[in-house]
Design a protein around this ligand. Structure first.
Ligand SMILES: Cc1cc2nc3c(=O)[nH]c(=O)nc-3n(C[C@H](O)[C@H](O)[C@H](O)COP(=O)(O)OP(=O)(O)OC[C@H]3O[C@@H](n4cnc5c(N)ncnc54)[C@H](O)[C@@H]3O)c2cc1C
Ligand SMILES: *[C@@H]1O[C@H](CO)[C@@H](O)[C@H](O)[C@H]1NC(C)=O
Length: 501
């Protein structure tokens, strides 16, 4: 095979999402003379903009799609190759792309992200949302829809049900409360009224979801067209783009076919039993449906709670599957239970000279007791950045320690128009029964929850403008014994910052 290698690079990074791009930037700025290749399936790359360090651990940024040429201009020794990696040969240190080219590497970093877990394969009435194209497809289908069913209880489902207007939404969640990945039942209770209220007008101007250029990039195969058929699949080959991120729905109106505002009903503790078409429904002995419903919807969904709903389409928002497959054949990667490539505290996989970062990998080092992996923007950026530094350190035979950002889980986001800050073991993840919760809640204003273990703060959920994030972050990091303060800790009339600063 070696004779067919077109070119060998010092570093090859696969994937133009946040993890891959951050890794490339790190490598190219640390060793400007190194030849770096970014191989990515989609025509655009993701760029972090307006990066802001909110506190020691919390960070906020926007994400923009850009043509890859922007990166190449910034880093002259970087080559962007627009093709998907089809296979990896760890023995010969080379990758083969879908267009039949072979590139060698000294060190490789796989940042191929994930794709939506779909309820069923190849059903035209089941949509997943991952990238700009699938979001646009969703918007288009929604504009003609009267009722949709959203299945899933993570961040994407939460945002969807809040943003969709002019269309009835049936929301099927497998848990007892909404937003189980992020919240406990109390926080869910706090948020539920927002689903019934009118959405406040957005003052902020819409961001452009995608940076567009007149000329398509060489080798690009961006196939979204205005008349993509209603079957939900494009006619040409679609390369997977990178995942959307914060504010993905800004700039795309999520409006259904009807003149009503938000209408959401939640079906708790149920999963999907079966999905069928109207013909299939008529042919089966389906008795649970009211007769006037039969035949009037293109698709039907039967839930495990026995209810059946007809709808225009179903959104599958049940999480992501790491995009590891193309790299597995012929190699010996250790895979985690969630299908991710296992990485150690140097972001190294089980194969020599192969690293991984972002949604495709599973952090298998011994975690700090206050950190957990979640497939989020911030972690994709942190892992890409740290992987780049580890690759350089390994090339230079320098030691490197696990970065501080993996000490404490921290995430800042917005749900239902509330600011949401999550710190540490915010849901008591993995804690024994001896942990304690302190909660303070003002309806419509704020929800504050503190998780204590052995008298020390190990996690917090802050919803609303609580202004507590820095203080709590410090209390979690310094693991001070808070037993003497008891419930005073959340007394709104006590300025706790005075206690601790
Ligand atoms: C709708 C939606 C909303 C989200 N909202 C939020 C949010 O509000 N906050 C938050 O923190 N996170 C959010 N996330 C999660 C976040 O987007 C991801 O965690 C993050 O983007 C992961 O980055 P990544 O670089 O690992 O992967 P990706 O962004 O998925 O990038 C993967 C890249 O690899 C390329 N690729 C894939 N396979 C191959 C191959 N075989 N060869 C070459 N290239 C390949 C793809 O084209 C892509 O460029 C959201 C995700 C979705 C889908
Ligand atoms: C690119 O690499 C070459 C040698 O590999 C080096 O001479 C040159 O300075 C590098 N370019 C930049 C901008 O660093």
């Amino acid at each position: 095979m070696a004779d067919k290698v077109e070119k060998t690079f010092k570093f090859v990074i696969v994937g133009g999402g946040i993890a891959g791009v951050t890794c490339v930037e790190q490598l190219s700025s640390q060793i400007p003379s190194a030849e770096v290749a970014l191989i990515t399936a989609g025509p655009h790359i993701k760029a972090v903009t307006n990066y802001k360090q909110v506190s020691k651990m919390l960070e906020e940024f926007d994400v923009e799609e850009r043509p890859a040429s922007v990166l190449e201009e910034k880093f002259p020794n970087l080559t962007v190759i627009h093709s998907a990696v089809k296979s990896l040969h760890t023995q010969s240190h080379s990758v083969e792309t879908a267009d039949g080219r072979i590139f060698g590497y000294e060190k490789l970093c796989i940042c191929s992200g994930g794709r939506p877990k779909l309820l069923t394969q190849e059903n035209p009435y089941v949509l997943g949302i991952r990238d700009t194209d699938s979001a646009q497809e969703f918007q288009k289908r929604l504009s003609k829809a009267k009722r949709i069913v959203v299945v899933g209880n993570g961040g994407i489902a939460l945002e969807l049900v809040y943003e969709v207007e002019g269309c009835e939404v049936i929301w099927a969640v497998k848990d007892k409360a909404i937003g189980n990945t992020f919240f406990d039942a109390g926080a869910a209770q706090f948020l539920i009224p927002s689903l019934e209220a009118e959405k406040p007008e957005r003052a902020a101007p819409c961001k452009r979801p995608r940076y567009t250029t007149e000329e398509p990039a060489a080798g690009a195969s961006h196939t979204f067209t205005a008349d993509r058929n209603m079957q939900g699949r494009s006619s040409g080959p679609t390369e997977p783009g990178s995942a959307l991120g914060p504010d993905w729905h800004e700039g795309i109106a999520l409006h259904g076919a009807e003149q009503v505002s938000r209408r959401v009903s939640v079906e708790y503790q149920c999963e999907v039993e079966k999905i069928f078409t109207s013909e299939e429904l008529l042919n089966s002995q389906q008795q649970t449906l009211r007769p006037e419903n039969v035949g009037s919807w293109p698709v039907y969904i039967q839930l495990t709670n026995g209810k059946t709903f007809g709808c225009d389409f179903i959104v599958s928002a049940t999480g992501v599957v790491p995009n590891a497959e193309p790299f597995l054949y012929g190699n010996n990667f250790a895979l985690a239970d969630d299908g991710g490539l296992q990485v150690d505290d140097h972001m190294m996989t089980s194969e020599p000279d192969v690293y991984a970062a972002g949604d495709v990998c599973t952090a298998c080092w011994e975690h700090s007791p206050l950190w957990q992996q979640m497939r989020l923007w911030t972690q994709a950026r942190q892992m890409g950045w740290y992987a780049g530094r580890c690759m350089v350190a390994d090339i230079l035979s320098e030691p490197i320690e696990l970065d501080f950002c993996f000490e404490l889980f921290s995430h800042i986001t917005k749900f239902f128009n509330y600011k949401v800050v999550l710190l540490g073991k915010f849901n008591g993840q993995g804690l024994g029964p001896d942990h304690e919760l302190l909660v303070r809640c003002t309806k419509g204003q704020e929800y504050v929850k503190v998780v204590l273990s052995g008298g020390r703060m190990v996690g917090a959920v802050l919803i609303g403008e609580t202004d507590l994030e820095e203080t709590f972050e410090n209390l979690i990091l310094n693991q001070m014994d808070l037993t003497p303060y008891g419930e005073e800790l959340l007394n709104p009339n006590v300025d706790i910052e005075d206690y601790f600063d």
